[in-house]
Design a protein around this ligand. Structure first.
Ligand code: NAP
Ligand code: MG
Length: 486
């Protein structure tokens, strides 16, 4: 790779027990730059044997230096790691934007968020406490928070650094030893960040990274009998397979499986304040965001006005190479472009296009670009209003009143995030209570945002919570100790 000289890690190697080495069998997977379609490096194609070695290394870390560290010491490691990420943020952002295709400004935000996750969980590590519980006379009962043990982390390609940060940060803070499997389309930043952990003083084996294919490494890791907790972010289909594999071993899973999140725009809202977010919360990362606000529900009285204003924004959007400062970059892969293009073609046949952006002339033909599209007057039960597209496609749906809005908003299989735009305080509270999802934003929206905010879904969006202090409970288990002393 061109940038090799500037890198502090070898992309072609795995990290197992503190040692960087090739995959068992020496297999490799090419790394593509989605902005150009060119191959820029290769990563190791790990195997079930590599997973076995990584789990063993994690166990050894728990039995050794890592397991012996106090919560305060673990926190300090995370805080040093946060500083190193901050120092190397520009290179990390460059790697992420080259590997995934997101505009460099968005990748810089991801690097900042990663550093914040390590800072947040570094500070929180020694602030998780148990309780004493009033019980029988002559008895004292207390609770202890303990790590699960070996935790598996299977992450997707859309926000590799952020999802690594929230998942690995919380798991390490609680004293687990981790095996991380990044997506085959986006492994570079995970390797880069793992290499910094060593500098931060993380003992060998506390974090292991096995790159490779999902059906090989991901499947072996989620089914491994000596893994005690599995954290997964990605598609519903793969989530289902992971939960089944974990069920065989009777271990807990955290699943974050995307969504079809709505903005609900009432006619009393402050529209000018809402407008940039209505569009921005969908097209960031070219729409490849689990919490993308891909449905815009607008009250009838202001529907035409909102449609015209959003259409004008869409008509000005430009997709181009990640390095170029465009509104959006390419999609991550030819496979993802094919999925999104099929949805857009279906929409063109069956729906009305209100606004459409364009692809810049400088975009290489082999890049995976898709021009963003806004569909209007979409029936709430249409496939484009029900299914996660994971691309720069937004649908507008009119509604009559509050009851109608709630019915449409709750009318998908998903339930991740919702945005509510209204100045009516009582209505804000009613919707916050009645919407089926894990996060409600009133007069704001944080697609993927908020290190401090617990995050996760209901329904097919998954279960369990990551981010915020709450994640520390998910990445630990409670033990009750009853002491009879008379
Ligand atoms: P995916 O299959 O769910 O991939 C997510 C992660 O799971 C990757 O690390 C993947 O590895 C791994 N994986 C794949 N098959 C596995 C298996 N059998 N066992 C264990 N792990 C496995 O998602 P995708 O195919 O990349 O994307 C397809 C669709 O998923 C997208 O169109 C989008 O709708 C949705 N998605 C959602 C999110 C989200 O944030 N919720 C993120 C990404 C995608 P490999 O990459 O190596 O296959
Ligand atoms: Mg790539």
């Amino acid at each position: 790779m061109e940038m090799n000289t500037k890198l502090w890690f070898d992309p072609a190697k795995l990290l197992v027990g503190g040692a960087w080495r090739e995959a068992e069998g020496g297999g490799a997977i090419p790394v593509e730059n989605p902005s150009t379609g060119e191959t820029i490096a290769s990563i190791a194609a790990g195997t079930a044997g590599d997973v076995e070695a990584a789990v063993s290394a994690a166990e050894a870390a728990l039995d050794g230096e890592w397991g012996a560290m106090t919560a305060t010491e673990r926190g300090r490691v995370l805080l040093r790691w946060a500083r190193l990420v901050e120092e190397r943020a520009e290179t990390l952002a460059f790697l992420e934007s080259t590997d995934v295709g997101k505009p460099i400004a968005q990748a810089r935000n991801d690097a900042t968020a990663l550093s914040r996750y390590f800072e947040f969980y570094g500070g929180a590590a020694d602030k998780v406490m148990g309780e004493t519980i009033p019980y029988q006379a002559g008895t004292t009962v207390l609770t202890l928070r303990e790590p699960h043990g070996v935790t598996a982390h299977i992450i997707p390609w859309n926000y590799p650094m952020q999802i690594l940060g929230r998942s690995i940060g919380a798991a390490l803070a609680m004293g687990n030893a981790c095996v991380l499997k990044p997506a085959e389309d986006a492994s570079l930043s995970a390797l880069a960040v793992a290499a910094l952990a060593e500098e931060a003083g993380l003992p060998a084996g506390a974090l292991n990274v096995v790159t490779g294919y999902g059906h090989e490494v991901g499947a072996a890791l989620s089914a491994h009998p000596r893994v005690h907790h599995v954290s997964f972010t990605g598609s519903v289909g793969t989530g289902r397979r992971i939960q089944s594999a974990a069920a065989e071993n009777v271990v807990p899973v955290t699943l974050e499986l995307g969504g079809k999140s709505p903005h609900i725009v009432f006619d009393d809202c402050h529209l000018e304040a809402a407008l940039p977010t209505l569009v921005g919360a969908c097209i960031q990362a070219a729409g490849q965001t689990c919490s993308a606000a891909s449905r815009v529900l607008v009250q009838r009285g202001i529907y035409e006005e909102v449609k015209a204003k959003m259409a004008a924004v869409y008509n000005g959007l430009v997709a181009g190479p990640a390095s170029g400062g465009f509104d959006l970059g390419p999609l991550v892969s030819g496979k993802q472009k094919a999925i999104v293009t099929r949805y857009i073609a279906k929409g063109r046949d069956e729906l009305t296009i209100a606004g459409e952006g364009r692809i810049d002339d400088s975009a290489p033909a082999k890049g995976h670009y898709v021009a963003p599209v806004l569909f209007a007057d979409v029936p709430a039960d249409h496939a484009l209003a029900q299914e996660e597209i994971f691309g720069p496609v937004q649908v507008m749906i009119p509604f009559e009143d509050e009851a109608d809005a709630i019915r449409i908003a709750n009318g998908t299989d998903y339930g991740l995030v919702a945005g509510v735009w209204t100045e009516n305080g009582a209505r804000q509270m009613r919707l916050a209570r009645r919407l089926h999802c894990g996060q409600v934003f009133i007069n704001n929206y944080g697609a993927g945002g908020g290190v401090e905010l617990p995050f996760g879904g209901t329904g097919k969006s998954g279960h369990g919570r990551e981010k915020g202090f709450e994640a520390l409970y998910g990445f630990s288990r409670l033990k009750t100790v009853s002491i009879k002393h008379g």
